[in-house]
Design a protein around this ligand. Structure first.
Ligand SMILES: Cc1cc2nc3c(=O)[nH]c(=O)nc-3n(C[C@H](O)[C@H](O)[C@H](O)COP(=O)(O)O)c2cc1C
Length: 178
């Protein structure tokens, strides 16, 4: 699939059909995350691949009941990926913690690759970290940055609105239209 097509058509998918995710596709999307850029190339992230229904249920229970991705994580997606990051393996500059960016980039690469492979994903950051930590025995020195369900979308969700370019781009100085 062409890159711009992937960028344009990726969606947050919260409904999955019952098809499994094969090992080959799983490896491809994890490989896309593996090659992401990072602070000083320190690659502070780790993914936990969860297929066990009990663990998925526990991860869903770490999410508020009104999190719209809760059912996908707990029931419908065959795989849930838990994105962990070690802040000590990344940098901090002017109070900006770059482990969040490193991990986010790895996740985004994974999500784009998943879309190219016909798979759906959905960023999940609205969850109780302690409960998610317990579900997957994640050590205390790791932060859990996000989760995503991974599976075959039931259908392509509609496009969400975005700001116009003129609202997010200035020329040369803050406030100057391009
Ligand atoms: C950092 C981050 C956290 C998010 N957390 C959640 C979440 O907890 N639950 C959920 O259903 N969607 C979550 N989303 C998905 C957003 O709602 C979604 O990306 C946005 O509405 C745009 O839709 P699209 O991804 O289909 O373009 C999150 C997205 C990001 C980037």
């Amino acid at each position: 699939m062409e890159l711009y097509e992937v960028l344009k058509n990726r969606r947050s998918v919260r409904k999955y059909n019952n098809e499994d995710v094969g090992a080959d596709k799983l490896e491809k999307v994890l490989e896309a995350a593996r090659i992401a850029p990072s602070w000083s190339n320190q690659q502070c992230w780790t993914f936990i691949v969860v297929r066990d229904p009990e663990k998925k249920k526990k991860l869903a229970e770490s999410m508020p009941e009104n999190n719209p991705a809760r059912k996908a994580v707990g029931e419908t997606a065959p795989v849930v990926l838990v994105l962990c990051a070690d802040p000590a393996e990344s940098g901090k500059q002017d109070d900006k913690e770059y482990y969040l960016l490193d991990a986010g980039l790895a996740m985004q690469q994974l999500m784009l690759a998943a879309h190219a492979e016909g798979l759906g994903t959905c960023w999940v950051a609205w969850f109780d970290e302690d409960k998610a930590r317990e579900a997957c025995s994640v050590p205390e020195d790791q932060r859990i940055v996000g989760l995503t369900p991974l599976g075959v979308p039931e259908k392509q969700p509609s496009e969400k609105p975005r700001k116009d370019l003129k609202e997010i781009v200035y020329a040369e100085e803050w406030g100057n239209p391009l």
